[in-house]
Design a protein around this ligand. Sequence first.
Ligand SMILES: Cc1cc2nc3c(=O)[nH]c(=O)nc-3n(C[C@H](O)[C@H](O)[C@H](O)COP(=O)(O)O)c2cc1C
Length: 489
Amino acid sequence: MSTDKKQLIINAFAMHSPGHLNPGLFRYPADKGADYKNIKHWISFAQKLEEAKFHAIFFADVLGGYDVYKGPANLDPTIPAAAQFPINDPLYSIPAMAAATESIGFGVTASTTYEAPYALARRFSTVDHLSNGRVGWNIVTSYLESAARNFGLDTQIEHDERYRIADEYLDVTYKLWEASWRDDAVEWNKDSANINGSTKGYRYADPRGVREINHKGKYFQVPGPHLCEPSPQRTPFLLQAGTSTAGKAFAAKHAEAVFLHAQKPELVRPSVDSIRQQAADLGRNPRDIKIVAGALVIVAETDDAAYAKFEQLKKYGDREGALALFGGWTGYDLSTYTDDQDFRFVEQPAVRSMVNHWASTVPGTEGKKWDKNTIADYLTLGGNGVKIIGSVQTVADELERWVTVGDVDGFNLSYASIPDTFDDVIRLLLPELRRRGLFWSDYAVKGGTFRENMYGQQGRSRLPDSHYAAKFAWRKGEEAPPYSLKEHQ
Ligand SMILES: Cc1cc2nc3c(=O)[nH]c(=O)nc-3n(C[C@H](O)[C@H](O)[C@H](O)COP(=O)(O)O)c2cc1C
C-alpha cells in the first residue's frame, strides 16, 4: 500500500429537511429523509458515519423558502416536493450527536447576513463546549430573497456588500472567541482545591482575565465581553462555500476548508489555485486550506448496476421541486419561458452561461436540447454538484482524478437517499479507497477536536499563527491581548 498519497477528507453533506439535493425522494421506499425531525435518526446517522471514519457531517442551511419559480413568493411547487422546505435549525442536534460519538466533526451553516455576531458567537461556543471541540462553522452570506424579506429587508443586500459585512462580522466573532477571555482566565479546579483542603479563597475566574472587546465598526457595535468561557477550539473550525471573486478573497483570508461545486476537476482547478495563491500571499500555508468538492456518488457492484440504481432513484424525483431549487439558487423563474425554450440560447446572460456550462460538461447530454425538462432532470439528484456513478473501480478512479487534476483534498458526499446512499459508500467505496492508500483506517486524533482531525495533527485545536485571527489570541500570562494594545497606540 502506498503511503505517500494524499489522504482524502470524506464528509457527509446533509440538511435538516426531508429533502436536500433530492426533491421528492422522501417517497423512495428506503429513504428516511422524513425522519429529519427525530433526534434518533441523526444520532444513528452520526454513529454510522463515525464507525466508517467520516471526517464530518456538514449541514447546509437556508433561512427562507425557494419561492421564485412560478412566483414571486410562491411556495406551491416547493412544498409538495419538500425541496429544502420545511427546514429545521441544524445546530440543536449537534450536542445529541456529539454525546453519542467521540471523534466525528460537525459543520454547521450559519449566515453573516441575518444573525447578530454576539449571539452567533455564543451559540457556537456553547456547542464547541458540549461537543468537546467538534463543531465547525460554514460561513455563508446567503442568497434567498425570501430570507431577506423575512428578516425585515425589502430586498437582499448587494452581493459584495454582504462579503464586506461578513469580513467585519468575523472580526467581531474572533474578538469574542479569542480575545475576550485569557486562555487561563478560568481558575476553578475542584481537584486542586481539594488537595489544599479548603475551597475558601478560590474564585471561578480571574476578573482581570475577562475583557470587553469594545468593537466599534462600520456595521457592528459590540462591547462584549463574550458570554462563554474559552471552549476547546475557541474559534470553531471555519468552512466556507462561495466562488465569486469576493468569495474567493474571503476564503483565502478566513477559511480553513472551502467547499466547491463543479462538474469536472479541470474546471475546479483555477479556483483552487487562485484560493491557495491568495492564501499564500496573505502569509498562510496554502495547504492549510482544505478544498472539499461536493459530489453525489452512486456506487454499486458494476457500472450497469450503478446506473440502474441512479435511474431508479430518479423516478422518485420531483421536477417541479428541482425547478424551484433552480429559482432560489439563481433568482430566475423558468416558468416564464415556454416548455421548448432551449436555455443555451436564452437572452438572460447568467442563465445562458450556467446552462452552457452544464451542456459542455455533463456526461451523456451531448447534442441534447437544454430545455426546462433537461434542467429539471439534471437537478433532481445531487443539485449542481458532480455525479459520479459506477462500479467501485470507476468511482475510485474518478475520485483519484479529482485529487490529481483538481488538487482537491476531499469530498462532501451528498445523498440521493438517506442513509442508503452512504451505506453503499461505506460498504463498497471506502474499503477500496483504503486499499489504494487514500483513506485513513481511523481518526488521526481519537476523541480529538474537529481541527485536530481535519489537519491530522494532535494538539492543533486552535487557529495556527499564520491565520489572520491568530493576532486576536489572548494567551496565558499576557496582561491583555496584544492586538488591543496595538490598536490603542
Ligand atoms: C457547494 C456550496 C454549498 C453552499 N451551501 C450553502 C448553504 O448551505 N447555505 C447558504 O445560505 N449558502 C450556501 N452556499 C452559498 C454560498 O455560501 C454563497 O453565499 C453563494 O455561493 C454566493 O457567494 P459567491 O457569489 O461568492 O459564490 C453554498 C455554495 C456552494 C458553492
